[in-house]
Design a protein around this ligand. Structure first.
Ligand SMILES: *Cc1c(COP(=O)(O)O)cnc(C)c1O
Length: 367
């Protein structure tokens, strides 16, 4: 574990050595008792993680696969997409690429679409579903998905949630918030290698999906549901990644999901405090996400006009820490710290100290 605690990319995130090691176990048949018992154990952990009594689908794909699945399985009709960054834009693009009529409610990067604006749009016209990104990884803004879900349901729309940098880091109460489709990816706050995605579908979403004729095959929720009832996946899963998930879920349950959320919130607060101090010193110009809507898993830091992300990220890497460049519209002008997964406030402080020194050096060099 010598290298642990230096990789602060907002996905993929650092993976513990014991999790990596678990993937060297021999293969098992994916139709058989050993697999079914593995799958059942994963279900217990994943249900606790998503706070649901529904099955949690395990998809051998990246998260974008389930973004497409969310749309393919959604009821026929127009889609209302809340767009506040690059990943939210991707959700809307995928809906268009699936031949959906899409209305976009857009706000500036760093903000979130207000629930009042959502309610107003839904009152003007009926939509089959609303798409929302819980934690917008390009800006670090956190949307109130519980409130958006209430607004959607009040107007007869389903709620489709990208919680790729939410689940496992930010509180998610799938059943209590009555979410119709929520998905995440393995390589973000779950601190697993890339390659798996997880989702929960509400019963009402599943029931209507069954009557759709063009929902495709690989991401068909009806197939996922049928297979899950037999403790299986619809097709050959990435078995090695399931081993990794088993080890990681055991660790997560030992920590406790609430404690995990609290640890992420503490990392958010630490990053925010550090960034405010560096802003006062002129090393930064602020945080991209508006106060009060900052994600517990990722912070996009605004650089002084004289600096680009490419002046900072490689220089920090030479000090031993990896963070992300800007993304989408914020490429160049921001750097992103992924404070998620198994990272701690203590490990994060070392990365932020190195970033302070890197910013000082970089500003000296360019001036
Ligand atoms: C990383 C990410 C995705 C895309 O996930 P892939 O696993 O690369 O397909 C989608 N949405 C958000 C918010 C993300 O952070």
């Amino acid at each position: 574990m010598t290298s642990f605690g230096t990789f602060f990319l907002p996905g993929p995130t650092e993976v513990r050595a014991d999790v990596l090691q678990s993937m060297t176990q021999p293969m098992i048949a994916h139709r058989g008792a050993a697999f079914e018992s593995l799958f059942s154990e994963l279900q217990t952990g994943l249900r606790e993680l998503f706070r649901t009594t529904r099955p949690v689908y395990v998809s051998s794909s990246s998260a974008t696969g389930l973004m497409e699945g969310a749309i393919r399985n959604a009821p026929a009709g127009p889609i209302l997409s809340l767009v506040n960054g690059a990943f939210a834009e991707r959700f809307a693009d995928i809906a268009r690429s699936c031949d959906r009529e899409v209305r976009v409610l857009r706000v500036a990067d760093g903000d979130i679409v207000s629930v009042a604006a959502v309610a107003q749009a839904l009152a003007e016209r009926w939509y089959a579903a609303v798409t929302v990104v819980h934690s917008e990884t390009s800006t670090g803004a956190l949307s109130d998905i519980a409130a958006v879900a209430r607004a959607a349901h009040a107007h007869g729309a389903m709620i489709l949630v990208d919680s790729v940098t939410g689940v496992g880091g930010a509180p998610v109460l799938t059943d209590a918030w009555d979410l119709d489709f929520i998905f995440t990816g393995s390589q973000k706050a779950l601190a697993l290698p890339p390659g798996l995605a997880f989702a929960v579908a509400s019963e009402r979403y599943l029931l209507q999906a069954d009557s759709l004729s063009n929902r495709g095959r690989y991401f068909d929720v009806v197939e996922f549901e049928k297979a899950a009832r037999k403790h299986q996946t619809p097709n050959t899963p990435a078995v090695s990644l399931l081993y990794a998930t088993q080890v990681q879920l055991r660790a997560m349950l030992a920590e406790g999901i609430d404690a995990r959320w609290a640890r992420h919130e503490a990392m958010r607060v630490a990053t925010e405090r550090w960034a405010m101090e560096r802003t006062a010193e002129g090393l930064l110009t602020g945080i991209a996400a508006a106060p009060g809507v900052r994600s517990p898993t990722v912070t996009a830091l605004q650089l002084p006009a004289r600096l680009r992300d490419s002046d900072v990220v490689p220089a920090l890497a030479r000090r031993g820490f990896t963070i992300g460049t800007g993304y989408g519209a914020l490429v160049g002008s921001t750097v992103r710290v992924g404070h998620m997964g198994d990272h701690t406030v203590r490990g994060l402080a070392q990365c932020l100290d190195a970033l302070t020194d890197t910013l000082k050096d970089a500003l000296r060099t360019v001036s």
